[in-house]
Design a protein around this ligand. Sequence first.
Ligand code: FES
Length: 419
Amino acid sequence: MPAPVRVPSSAGRGGPLRPGLPRLRTVLTVAGTALVVQRALRRRIRRSPLWPLPALEQPISGRGREAARRSAQANGLDGAQPAPGQPAALRLRVAERTEVADGVVALRLEGERLPVWEPGAHLDLVLPSGAVRQYSLCGEPADAVRADGASYTLAVRLIEDGRGGSREAHEVLRAGMTVEVRGPRNRFPLEDCHAYLFVAGGIGITPILPMVRQAEAEGVPWRLVYAGRSRASMPFLAEVEKLAGGGAGGAGGERLTVVAEDVDGRPDLAAALADAPPHAAVYCCGPEPLMDAVADLLPDGPAGLTLHTERFAPTATGPAAAGGADGASDDVAFAVELRRTGRTVTVPAGTSVLRAIREQALPDLAYSCEEGFCGTCQQRVLAGEVDHRDALLTDAERDDSLLICVSRAKRGSGLVLDL
Ligand code: FES
């Protein structure tokens, strides 16, 4: 048996010890302390209200704020934070302007690494005059991420007696110009279904076309009724006929019904609905009378049809018809606190919340239709009881938001907005 090694007294207490034992004791002590600290930290993290960390608009570590700002600028995003109530904006170049039908121009807007979108989405287009209009995206979603030139495509029909937005888009926007857009946003998403019936009227084909492409790509059975004043006025008709497989008179006739009203008269919507498979999803976009007719006929169709529509004009029974954005005659004044801005504005009777805020606190606050159907002015409510007067928001959205162009506080209440 080997003799024990005597350790010099300078290494600690004397006596017969094994070599390296003091170092082992130190290691165990440090490891034990680290274990205790680690467990304490885990308990702290589990209890802490800061865990998980709240989402931040910009990272505060990692790339850092400045790197994030540079990256946002490189992507065409505004480097500065958008003003309260103003969604982030993109500045895009008009790469192409094409007449795609009588009175309809398609605009291809180019940028870099654009946000992705799905069929049914639209953009807010800020026209040079500052007017904001909504247009459905009608190109291919994959175009938004193309390495050789990311782009969005939208189409604008000239409305002679409209509010001027379509005329400005037609007469002012040219290839090479830069425009600001916000979005994309999607209030008309294509939900999974075993079969689709699409009904489009005129420019209403724009949100429907990407839906048809997607249904075709996924092998989901679809039919489309596409109506317009004349064939020459119907954008993307050739593509629709190609998707259907050879034109309305050819093999695609079973899937596609083209109704040019100058030749064929009105579409037979009752027949189209009667032929729809049970429990199919019906997607309809176009003039109000077309959408109203489909909604009226739906109960007579096969079982379980579900209707999805997107409106770009107020309903006949909506707030505009019931007195307009400035409200009903028995409205009273109330106060609106803008929590982030730190201001409180008074909304007089006969004035919308939107107008009061723009006049008294935030002149650049985004809006468009002022009639409760576009969604541009939607704001988050932090407190107060809302008298909702729109036909757009879902029940879930109404739980914490309102459209400030038409909706007000309930009598006796004020509102606190996240603005
Ligand atoms: S501005 Fe269009 S919904 Fe309010």
